[in-house]
Unconditional design. Structure first.
Length: 317
């Protein structure tokens, strides 16, 4: 089942959910006093206040007294989206295995699997700042007087723009921050020791890779379409080192990898996977690269924290 979300965080939250094989759609507006849902399954609006919930045949939506909300896929007993609105800030987290499109006051953002985005309810007079953990694609409205800033890795790196389209990847467990510019220009600001900063401008089709440990920056030219294919549920690899492939799969499918044979780290992968299950990609590795795998399945629970599985890889001798 594939889900698409459309959210608008200005004064209200607007979202729609479409499930493959199901004609139902749900939309709603979330304000400070509650939410009003409208579903095509009955054409009747359902008003929810704080500390209330609503269920339909495949969707569960709940909101607590403090305005924290949870959107759950009942068919898979899986929390897809969680977050909340307050007088000061907005924050929401997307579970792994899903993607969402987010409407910001300053433009649009596609939020990747297992990512979290937060920002103030109203921008200040000088800048438009959001904080990202995970991966997101931004399309920002041009506003020279109010730069748009993406803060990542506990504010150790900032991406500053006036109006452009770009992709940022900064997962918490990864030691690098990757920024790919699609159009326009961006300025990468890296914080160093003793309060010093280092800056670098990016141009279209350039990708900046910043190592948080060594504090080194590498800028390379890339195929932009491959870099942002994840927005459409596609994973594209072109002679990609296997360790990098596994990091991508780990984030996208919410799994951990354990490589039993060090020689596998020297392998490279080429392939395009369009909305494939993880097992299908692993089967491809088995056939193309003679890499066997086994999966340790974790017992699922109803918590908001997704349970991770472990995939063990071995070379077929």
């Amino acid at each position: 089942m594939k889900k698409h979300f459309l959210l608008l965080f200005t004064t209200f939250l607007l979202f729609t959910l479409t499930a493959t094989g199901c004609s139902n759609k749900v939309s709603g507006n979330l304000g400070k006093d509650g939410i009003k849902l409208v579903g095509t399954w009955n054409g009747v609006g359902n008003a929810l206040g704080r500390d209330d919930s609503y269920n339909c045949d495949y969707l569960s939506f709940s909101i607590d007294k403090e305005g924290r909300f949870t959107l759950k896929d009942i068919t898979q007993n899986k929390t897809c989206l969680s977050g909340g609105l307050s007088a000061d800030s907005s924050k929401f987290s997307l579970n792994t295995g899903s993607e969402t499109a987010v409407g910001l006051p300053s433009g649009w953002d596609d939020l990747g699997s297992g990512s979290t985005l937060s920002y103030p309810s109203s921008y200040d007079a000088e800048e438009r700042k959001v904080t990202l953990v995970g991966e997101a694609y931004f399309s920002v409205k041009h506003d020279p007087a109010h730069p748009f800033i993406v803060s990542v890795s506990h504010d150790r790196l900032r991406v500053k723009v006036l109006g452009t389209e770009f992709n940022v990847r900064a997962y918490e467990k990864e030691n690098v921050v990757q920024t790919t510019l699609v159009s326009g220009s961006v300025n990468i600001v890296m914080k160093e020791d003793k309060g010093k900063t280092n800056e670098r401008n990016l141009y279209p089709s350039e990708k900046a890779v910043y190592d948080l440990t060594d504090k080194t920056l590498e800028v390379i030219n890339v195929d932009v379409e491959s870099e942002i294919a994840w927005k459409e549920g596609r994973l594209v690899f072109k002679e990609t080192p296997l360790p990098e492939v596994l990091r991508c799969l780990a984030n996208f499918y919410n799994v951990d990898f354990k490589v039993m044979d060090p020689v596998l780290d020297s392998y490279r992968l080429t392939g395009t996977f369009n909305n494939r299950q993880l097992s299908q990609i692993l089967d491809y590795l088995r056939i193309s690269s003679r890499i066997d795998y086994s999966i340790k399945r974790m017992e699922m629970d109803d918590s908001l924290s997704a349970q991770r599985e472990q995939v063990v890889l071995r070379r077929i001798k």
